[in-house]
Design a protein around this ligand. Sequence first.
Ligand code: SF4
Length: 349
Amino acid sequence: MTVHTPNYYDRFRCLAGECPHTCCQGWEVPIDRETARYYETIPGELGERLRALLTTDEEGDTAFLLRGDTCPFLTDEKLCELQIRLGEEGIGEICRSHPRFSYDFGPLTERGLCGSCPETARLILGTDMVLLTTRDEKAGEGSPALLSPLLAARETALELLETPEATLGQRFQATLLFANEVQVALDEGREEDIPQLCQIYGEEFPLLDPAALPDRREALMRCLGALEGLEILSDTWRALLARGKQELARGQAFSILEETQIRRAGRYFLYRHWLRGVWDGDVLTWAEFAALGAAVCVLLSPLQDEGFPEAFRLFCLELEHDQENLNALQDRLREDLSLAEMLAVAGLL
Ligand code: SF4
């Protein structure tokens, strides 16, 4: 089995009590079956409290009853009481793995850090990502048909975002144009053409006439409308989206202050999501997601005190931890927001 991890992966250390946010707040804390069974064996006051706080949610999954919107085992010092008293095995699988992700593609596993935590956001935006390849003993399953062509295509997409002689906006646009051609090949069952597309885009950088595209601000406004239509976790995000729309309507200058961080954010989105196309044959919406995410974070950066990293963290928190939100946004990108609009949005960068 081959395993990919970004070079910053092992540098993550939870900020625990020093964290300006906490991931133990604002959403359900699911408890896997094995951990729930372990909680049945805990004696004394802690065991009784654990069992009293376990509940079954609407989907039939086991989770803790929250205190307000907070995990009941988060201490006043913002530490995990269960980890302190029971060690690693005292916390559920989700809490042990967060904020990491791991996706299996048959003989390949890809791991990474989610951008939704302040420390992971710092690592993702502060590091030029290099993918490290290791092999482990586990036998992988058979290789999905699209794995090899889409891995090669993702490599090309990631490289297009690095093209030094192009502006940032042109790089995101080139990634979208490339993803569109890969998508057409996938839709027409011509996967064998993808290596040739990689070669063409590796040699020639495509440039667009901006005059041929729709109004960039209107396109971004429609993206914000799509985000507002999703399930929203925090009032902060809702308020930021509303302010973003106001600023766009006022014609506020769109300033690119953190070019390196924006590029790294784009590469993070592509790394994390592009290969999902192995399972559903869709890569274009993930390239669009990367451009949309980068543009929205740039717009929202000056609207709160912590700049681009916090806008990026909030975007990841709201979108990437909610599969229903991801699905709904993909649907909007497929059915409602055109490629021309997304090229226009990328042109803002
Ligand atoms: S958000 Fe990140 S740094 Fe903060 S408590 Fe959670 S994992 Fe730790």
